[in-house]
Design a protein around this ligand. Structure first.
Ligand code: CMC
Length: 429
């Protein structure tokens, strides 16, 4: 990993230059190792981590310029086409694709541990019915640490594995019950024999009154959404999980922190924001006026742009195809919202404002349309993202905890507040 190259830093006259080693990853740009920079008595300053790798990782690789995304080296297009979500989970967690036997064992473990401790249902009941499902998810996932004490020893590899499996198994149930509680529907239970995505649809939409039949095209589309959102290297929520975990906090608490971060509209809240934006625009005639507002920087075009992808988001192309499949299956191709979205896309892709800034549709531009067509309410879009990303979060957490060189994350700062001053009594201010 170390190259024989250094970056030489002449930081002060009369002081010996500092040699900073250049590291090489398997893929991606070289990285300057600045760990010895502290010797200079200075810090580096990089708000938003625009030029800083916060950790070493073997899980996911993104090439933002070429628009490539690999999980453990496998291109996302191949996984979306040929794998299923649980196989992708196994891959992210363990580093290799499973054999048939390993896959069957993993499926059994996850699909048979999807029930919630019955008392967790009373945790849901502590929330107002109109609470946003993400607020409920943050609370209930955090509360898991109060229920599963037997897997909280983070120094024990078996405990870490059990917690990872529990989280992946139970998160769809938590998301579905957050929705049902909000709707006033009775809590539902998972059904063994259904796939991960089928089970989620079943838990969301079944009623005690009649049999719920899962549409295989919709289940496949949802499975693909799960695969596409499963990991995305050191994004804001994953970095949050790592930072929370670096203090030794338990995995359920760390994932709750990740869910809280994901909630923001610049991150996981974007697919919800896309649908709200389409509602606000209303119809194709209003697109030009809306676009002028974007260019005047009064608001952003949601579902466009990405910190890393500056060419295209490879997940967006797959999601667009899935969008086509779902709308065809449901006979919704003439849906006004879909037409409006296509018009926005067309204008944005040909407008110099977006071209110059390399703003392309991201995965969330299409995933919101697919979820909406499946019948999933807008408030559930981000919980579904959280459901899918749980495997990525827990894989990164496990990778970090297993690293003997792990240190608590503790960034420094450039202080620009008041210099030292003396306290002034109230009557003298
Ligand atoms: N609409 C209009 N202008 C935009 C947009 C947008 N969606 N995104 C960026 N810009 C402009 C921005 O105003 C800036 O213009 P200028 O150079 O004139 O100041 C330029 O493009 C560069 O933008 P930036 O804010 O420096 O880019 P960033 O890397 O900090 O932000 C982003 C990335 C995703 C937060 C941003 O593009 C955004 O807010 N997009 C909309 C929200 C969205 O769709 N988020 C989902 C991301 S994909 C899901 C995930 O992986 O989490």
């Amino acid at each position: 990993m170390e190259t024989n190259r250094n970056v030489t830093l002449n930081y002060k006259e009369g002081e010996e230059a500092l040699e900073l080693p250049v590291l090489k990853g398997t893929l991606g740009p070289d990285v300057v190792d600045i760990r010895s920079f502290g010797k200079t008595g200075m810090f580096t300053f990089d708000p938003g981590f625009l030029a800083t790798a916060s950790c070493e990782s073997k899980i996911t690789f993104i090439d933002g310029d070429l628009g490539q995304l690999y999980y453990r080296g496998y291109p996302i297009e191949q996984l979306a086409e040929e794998s299923d979500f649980l196989e992708t989970c196994y891959l992210l967690l363990n580093g290799e694709l499973p054999t048939a036997e390993q896959k069957a064992d993993f499926d059994r473990k996850v699909l048979r541990h999807n029930m919630l401790h019955d008392q967790i249902l009373t945790v849901f009941k502590g929330f107002r019915r109109d609470a946003h499902p993400m607020a409920v998810m943050v609370g209930v996932v955090g509360a898991l640490s109060a229920f599963y004490h037997d897997s909280l020893d983070i120094s024990d590899a078996h405990h870490r594995e059990v917690s990872a499996h529990r989280l992946i198994a139970k998160i769809p149930n938590i998301a579905a019950q957050a929705y049902r509680y909000n709707k006033g529907l009775p809590f539902s239970y998972p059904k063994n024999g259904l796939s991960y995505a089928e089970n989620f649809l079943h838990m969301m939409f079944s009623t005690p009154c009649e049999e719920y039949k899962v549409n295989p095209v919709l289940a496949r589309a949802l499975d693909r959404i799960f695969i596409l959102h499963a990991d995305h290297e050191q994004n804001a929520s994953t970095s949050t999980v790592r930072l929370a975990g670096s203090s030794g906090a338990n995995p359920f608490a760390c994932i709750a922190a990740g869910i809280a971060c994901l909630w923001g509209p610049s991150h996981g809240g974007a697919n919800e924001a896309v649908l709200k934006m389409l509602d606000e625009i209303g119809s194709v005639e209003n697109v030009a006026e809306f676009m002028q507002g974007v260019k005047d920087k009064r608001y952003k075009l949601m579902g466009f742009g990405h910190r890393v992808y500056k060419n295209m988001d490879p997940r967006a192309a797959i999601m667009k195809q899935t969008c086509d499949e779902v709308l065809n299956e449901l006979g919704l191709h003439n849906d006004p919202k879909f037409k409006l979205a296509m018009e926005l896309e067309k204008i944005a892709l040909s407008d110099p404002y977006f071209i110059e800034r390399k703003l392309y549709p991201n995965v969330d531009f299409y995933s919101g349309i697919v979820l909406s067509a499946i019948g999933i309410p807008v408030s559930m879009f981000t919980p579904i993202f959280a459901l899918a990303r749980t495997v990525g979060w827990i894989s990164h957490w496990a990778e970090m905890i297993a690293d003997p060189a792990m240190k608590i994350g503790r960034p420094r700062q450039l202080y620009t507040g008041s210099p030292r001053r003396d306290y002034v009594a109230t009557d003298k201010r």
